[in-house]
Design a protein around this ligand. Structure first.
Ligand code: GLN
Length: 447
């Protein structure tokens, strides 16, 4: 049935870069055989899903939506894929993204843009736009994405689905192609909060192959999900309603705050003065890390190789010039610049100091409150092409999502209404490290 949806809708939506039809049918048949033989199956067994194309699946082309990896077939599975295999998952295919997960609209894909299923003239958000669109269009029961600065939460908000960016270290990054290693996390995009808790329960947990993986991260996030928000203290940071926010988005968040109050929570306004510095700090630090991580794509070991080069220098130069797209090159240049000897103190070091201030600011708020409520993005889904010529205006859309990655915190993005054109509006619930269980409880109570 999902494959039928895919063949009916893909020409309009473009959520997938690769559809693994044969594999899906044969694993589904195997799972069904186990079922008819009376074997006890895990809850996700046989459920068809999609995986963002920067997460490695053995034997399946993994492109990062880049010409650089157009023909790359990984010889190993990411940790999350191994975990899902233990749950008898069924892979429908690999979903579209902004090249190397750099972007907020999925228009930076080398192969194709993805359209928002709620309005085909609009972007699905990004960079996990293919995953969000697939779930919203019924082309997958759930999907995995990655979130370095909002790439799960913002597309979830634009497409009206639920997305979780887990605590840094909760889900292994083994097999996720690195963008900015100290920010990247894998997480689920689903139709509702329960599904999300179910998928995170399957993929979270310790993995020794990721040196930042945390031992206490696993768990069953479904049990106790009905606990509600009675007596919980919720902070509403003033800085989340600054200039640039669409008034309809602000109204929907205020409505959500009242709804939580009605459910027995206590909502109070707070101030977090470090937040306005998060966006510049994010773009400095994430680009610095990206410039280092992407040094591995040199045309020698794997990936795209320019033809007819004389000498290794020309091979590096032309392979990278021809293999990477504009946005990726912009990040590499920006990152190399802020790390260079003459500018390191002024930019990279300063941004690291800001990072500490932001971490401390969140800690201070969580001493008095259980979680934070805020918008995911300042606007709803915009029209395709609207921001492609102005990268800075695209970056500004990340202003509410990046603080969470800077501080390594978990955040749940879920729908909280629609604007007058019927476009979904998303809110996010941000908690202290390893509070995913509580965030799911709050989200479930709200839903
Ligand atoms: N939009 C942000 C960026 O372009 C976040 C991307 C992400 O989370 N992968 O960097």
């Amino acid at each position: 049935a999902y494959l039928d949806e895919i063949s009916a809708k893909e020409k309009d939506i473009g959520a997938y870069l690769t559809v693994t039809e044969e594999g899906a049918l044969s694993t589904a048949a195997q799972v069904d055989k186990k079922r008819t033989q009376g074997e006890k199956l895990p809850p996700l067994a046989g459920v068809p899903m999609g995986i963002k194309d920067n997460i490695c699946v053995r034997g399946v082309r993994t492109t990062c939506a880049s010409r650089m990896l157009e023909n790359f077939v990984p010889p190993y599975d990411a940790h999350v894929v191994e975990r899902l295999a233990e749950h008898d998952y069924v892979l429908l295919g690999k979903t579209n993204l902004d090249e190397f997960a750099m972007g907020s609209s999925t228009e930076n894909s080398f192969f194709q843009p993805t359209h928002n299923p709620r309005d085909l003239s609009r972007v699905p958000g990004g960079s996990s736009g293919g995953s969000a669109a697939a779930v919203a269009a019924g082309e997958a029961a759930y999907a995995l994405g990655s979130d370095t600065g909002g790439s799960i939460r913002q597309p979830a908000a634009f497409c009206g689905v639920v997305g979780m960016k887990p605590t840094y270290g909760a889900v292994s990054r083994y097999g996720l192609v690195a963008f900015a290693s100290s920010f990247d996390q894998i997480g689920p995009l689903t139709r509702d909060v329960r599904d999300n808790a179910l998928v995170l329960s399957a993929i979270a947990g310790y993995d020794r192959r990721d040196s930042t993986s945390v031992d206490r991260a696993g768990g069953d996030f479904l049990s106790g999900i009905e606990a509600g928000v009675q007596g919980k203290k919720i902070a509403l940071p003033r800085e989340y309603f600054g200039e640039g926010i669409d008034p309809q988005v602000a109204l929907a968040i205020e409505g959500a705050a009242r709804r939580f109050a009605g459910l027995g929570a206590q909502v109070e306004e707070v101030s977090m003065e470090s937040l306005p510095h998060a966006l510049p700090a994010y773009y400095i630090l994430s680009s610095a890390e990206a410039s280092s991580n992407l040094a591995r794509f040199d045309g020698v070991k794997y990936g795209f190789r320019a033809k007819g080069c004389r000498g290794v220098e020309e091979l590096y130069l032309r392979s990278r010039s021809e293999g990477f797209g504009r946005e990726v090159k912009r990040r590499i240049m920006l990152g190399s610049f802020v790390l260079s000897a003459g500018y390191y103190d002024a930019y990279y070091k300063k941004a690291q100091q800001v990072r500490t201030l932001i971490v401390e600011d969140f800690k201070r708020v969580f001493r008095g409150y259980d979680f934070i409520l805020g918008p995911v993005a300042p606007t709803t889904a915009y029209r395709m092409g609207e921001k492609t010529r102005d990268p800075l205006s695209m970056y500004l859309g990340d202003v509410y999502t990046v603080p969470v990655n800077i501080a390594g915190l978990p955040a749940l993005s879920l729908p909280c209404g629609a604007n007058e054109d019927g476009l979904p509006i998303g809110m996010q619930l941000i908690g202290p490290a390893f509070s995913e269980g509580m965030l799911y409880q709050a989200g479930y109570a709200f839903e």
